[in-house]
Design a protein around this ligand. Structure first.
Ligand SMILES: NC(=O)c1ccc[n+]([C@@H]2O[C@H](COP(=O)([O-])OP(=O)(O)OC[C@H]3O[C@@H](n4cnc5c(N)ncnc54)[C@H](O)[C@@H]3O)[C@@H](O)[C@H]2O)c1
Length: 385
């Protein structure tokens, strides 16, 4: 008999693990039946908010051993995705894995191999593919409005850089490799998705130009003598480690250039100490140029036939705002995961895409730390090409 309700277990229940709320619908097509987390307080909060009687454990292997769990969402920190996703696939579960797929290219390939052997479904948490802004841009490109894409330029202003990246585990290379594949895995993926090509070669420059420093590794903002004056102080919540501590070693200011298949040239800037937070994308094709503004929720197209050089655009698209986390993307990506497993729908965010954005970011990080030399991105496994 075909499955009509998907029973999901979460690995990592707080932070991004909050996605469980979109899946938990006891009368609907998916229900969250279990949660694993090393932090007992997070498990207690999950149980209290859940309202039912989910199985909870501090050992994710106990969750994987349960026959009443059909699928697993891996929402643990980056360096654990490989271990958790491989173990879940080997236990015969379908897997939703948050981005980045892993923190090394080999780690991604390890997951892909476990996926191939398992015969189960795997999808990556690329929720930007579900945002109306980027869907609109993809539709315009796919309709041929700007012709063949030849150039891409992306600026990512991560103005909450210290809030989300420098006050906790994200700030160490051992946990993330680089923010080019942590934060940047989304942007690299959108470049790949909209242009329809993957990065073949890359080079990058970058440094730690604002965060990091000589403060002790165990210093936290609430106990810091400079908490009243420090512009980066965060006094409450789970991310309160000092952003100027010694162990911080991931670059906060970086530029990456890329050559994609099909001869597309792309450039990506990611900066973590700008005062604003948004992403600005430009795609230039043989027939025109496409650009977006997140603050204005607009997409502009200027075609070569417009006959002017000063005007920004000859067509303006208003992007519809949507309710729900990350511009309405989170409820939709969660639904897509359920549709993939229950109905066999092809996922928008494929395992191959997850692997290729990490592989490009890893190659760029290597370049950045070796004098900016060009680095080839290793091709995906033969069976996936
Ligand atoms: N797609 C998106 O928009 C998006 C947004 C935020 C985060 N993320 C991704 O989600 C992941 C989690 O990020 P976060 O900010 O929620 O991190 P986090 O530090 O808040 O951790 C998430 C949860 O995992 C738990 N955890 C830690 N180690 C564990 C282990 N060994 N076993 C089980 N649980 C463990 C933590 O206790 C916490 O409850 C990251 O990989 C991040 O890149 C994606």
């Amino acid at each position: 008999m075909a499955m009509t309700q998907l029973r999901i277990g979460m690995i990592g229940v707080a932070g991004r693990g909050g996605l469980w709320r979109h899946w938990h619908d006891p009368a609907g097509r998916s229900v969250v039946v279990a949660g694993a987390d090393i932090n007992p307080e997070h498990l207690a909060a999950f149980r209290a908010q859940h309202g039912g009687d989910p199985f909870t454990t501090t050992d994710y292997r106990e969750l994987l051993a349960r026959p009443d769990v059909d699928a697993v969402a891996v929402t643990s920190p980056d360096w654990l995705h490989e271990e958790h996703a491989v173990a879940a696939l080997e236990a015969g579960k379908h897997v939703f894995c948050e981005k980045p797929l892993a923190i090394t290219t080999e780690g991604c390939d390890h997951i892909l191999e476990a996926w191939r052997r398992s015969g189960k479904r795997l999808m990556v948490g690329f929720n930007m593919r579900y945002m109306n802004m980027f869907r609109t841009m993809k539709e315009i490109v796919d309709a041929g409005v700007i012709g063949e894409i030849r150039a891409v330029w992306v600026r990512h202003f991560v103005g909450f850089g210290s809030d989300f990246y420098y006050h906790d585990w994200h700030a160490s290379r051992r946990n993330t490799t680089s923010l080019l594949l942590q934060k940047g895995s989304h942007d690299i993926d959108i470049i790949h998705w909209i242009s329809g090509q993957y990065t073949r070669r890359t080079a990058a420059f970058g440094g730690l130009d604002y965060f990091g420093g000589d403060k002790p590794n165990d210093l936290t903002c609430p106990e810091c003598p400079e908490r009243e004056t420090c512009p980066e102080a965060i006094l409450t919540g789970r991310r309160t480690q000092c952003a100027f501590r010694r162990e911080v070693d991931v670059e906060d200011n970086q530029v990456m250039i890329m050559e994609l298949d099909g001869g597309i040239r792309a450039a990506y800037l990611q900066n973590h100490f700008t005062p604003d937070y948004h992403r600005n994308y430009t795609f230039i094709g043989t027939e025109g140029r496409l650009e977006n503004s997140e603050p204005e929720m607009k997409v502009w197209v200027k075609t070569r036939r417009s006959g002017t050089w000063k005007d920004l655009a000859d067509r303006t698209y208003e992007v519809k705002p949507a309710a729900g986390g990350h511009g309405g993307a989170d409820p939709v990506i969660c639904k897509d995961f359920v549709d993939m497993v229950l109905d066999g729908k092809e996922p928008v965010a494929t395992p191959l895409a997850g692997r290729m954005s990490v592989a490009a970011g890893v190659a760029a990080a290597y370049s950045m730390r070796h004098g900016g030399i060009p680095v080839e991105v290793p091709p995906p496994p033969e069976w996936l090409r």
